[in-house]
Design a protein around this ligand. Sequence first.
Ligand SMILES: C[S@@+](CC[C@H](N)C(=O)[O-])C[C@H]1O[C@@H](n2cnc3c(N)ncnc32)[C@H](O)[C@@H]1O
Length: 397
Amino acid sequence: MRRILEHLGRSVPEPAARKGAESNFLSLRAEAEKGFAENMLPMTLIKILRPVKRFLQRAKRKLLSNSTIRNLRDELNNEIEFEDLRSHEIMLADAIRMNAYHAAIRRNVNAGDVVVDLGTGTGILSMFAAQQNPKVVHSIDYSKVISVAERIASENHFGNIAFHHINSRRFILDESVDVILHEQIGSALLNEGMVEKTLDLKKRLLKKSGKILPGKFELFLEPVCVKNDYRIPYLWETRTHGIDFSSAKDSPESEKCKLANYNWHPNPRSAVDYFLCDAAPILAFDLNEIGDPTEIPKTMSASRVVRRHGRMDGFCLYFRVIFDAEVEFDTSPFSPRTHWDNLLFRSESRQWHEGDAISYTLEIKDRLDIESWIVRVEGGAPGVCPSDGQMSGFRVK
Ligand SMILES: C[S@@+](CC[C@H](N)C(=O)[O-])C[C@H]1O[C@@H](n2cnc3c(N)ncnc32)[C@H](O)[C@@H]1O
């Protein structure tokens, strides 16, 4: 201790004071050692766990590059997701969805029909169908929620519904079916396996004169201007208070960022300011007309004339569900809100003028995995970013 204090150029205290200083020093050292030991353990653990985590991430990526394993994972996730009653509460509270299905079932399910409800959930569509006096409604679901559906149907005195706790792919029947009812509509229309699941049942069970309800769908991908206060530029587009990030464009991280352009905004519906072009579907199909999922293209392209000039920040994805000539709804950000909301695909901001043509493509590598959906667009002048001043909504007191 004496040597340390001398080394530090401090005066060596007299014996009594020295005793106090020594015990202070010892308690400080004990505390420091304790703190060091407490920090060491997590630091050592992190050192060990970091490569383990990287290894697991690589192994997961490798496993999921196999489409059969990916499909199994998606089915399992789907089954577990729909065990949770909250997901059903959200769907039942969506008045646009419920009114459309109710009206369409009343118009399209007839007395004496054999109906299959693919993915019955709480049984709501089966109960709507059962009110039409069909021969029978077969309600299928692979999730445990089907026991709730069965109880509700019994308490509401429906005797003509048969419940099957099974995956639709393994469901067989000894009679053919007049109507396949379903609501397998994902947030990006195709990403819940709707096409694959309904066409599988259609091939095996549906009468030639039978129908899939709903059958017609349109997918929209509209160039949009995002409201200034919602806009999130790419890092290399960012200019703030005189700091220029443009050199970030050439970094390898930016390449990954450019491709992962899906759903970059937490609140896409509120973010959309306006469409630059007149909306038109980039894809339209009728499940009643096609026989195999491969008939739905995986690459789509569009060329649209700009009707309202301005900055394009990305694309808004939404869809229209058409039950028949009179019943339909859509999920456009300018239509009444449904629980599906919208998705935004970001592009670098570009300035377009009235009469310009915007050409773009949507490539869907894996229908079930929206992160593999890539939107590409060419042309346009670099976008004009709102300046710092324009965006300021604060006061300096
Ligand atoms: C979006 S929810 C719709 C529930 C209900 N039809 C409605 O409109 O409220 C989809 C339901 O389909 C079930 N499902 C999805 N794929 C299925 C399959 N291949 N076989 C059986 N059930 C399935 C899920 O467990 C879930 O309950």
